[in-house]
Write a protein of this length. Sequence first.
Length: 213
Amino acid sequence: MEQINISKLYLLVKDFFKNDTTGHDWWHVYRVTKLALFIGANENANLAIVEPAALVHDCDDWKLQGNENHSNAKSFLESVGYNKQQINAIIDIVEQVSYKGAGVDTTPKSLEAMVVQDADRIDAIGAIGIARAFAYGGSKSRPMYLPEVKPQLHQSFNEYKSSKSHTINHFYEKLLLLKDRLNTPTAQRIAKERHNFMVNFLEQFFNEWNFEQ
């Protein structure tokens, strides 16, 4: 049986995302993987499956490549030595990671999927989450803020996926909701400070927008 070369998987994914400017770049993947390994170790998850799932979790993301059959992730995993059963288990985790709207239940079915989902969501909040939100909005030519366009709590994935709202609304439609939708105690502890940082940022943003001194 071919030996798994996880180091090669790191290199393949790093090269795949080298030109990304949406906030879903290699460094996002790297941070999510390190967070997932940390959370997984604290929660006694199977790190042998957590690590590759974290590495390939965005390789076919609907916001980016949009490959519903996960062809990129499957190709990378197979090329570094994972067998079909292992690949199916990893892709099963990847399919449970994404946020799909405020009214959509995306609670994962396994501890390993909970860990990777939590790691991805933690990287969406705090200072880095703020930076990534505006990077993504800019990459999609979305306005920073339009006071007359109010946030919506989407009740279906199609509603959420088709939304073209401004970046500030994204905080109310997703980012501020993530703290209370984390699965593991370890992730919940990490999220508190990052969540509070976003709350303070938005307060400052609106003070400056409205010129309140």
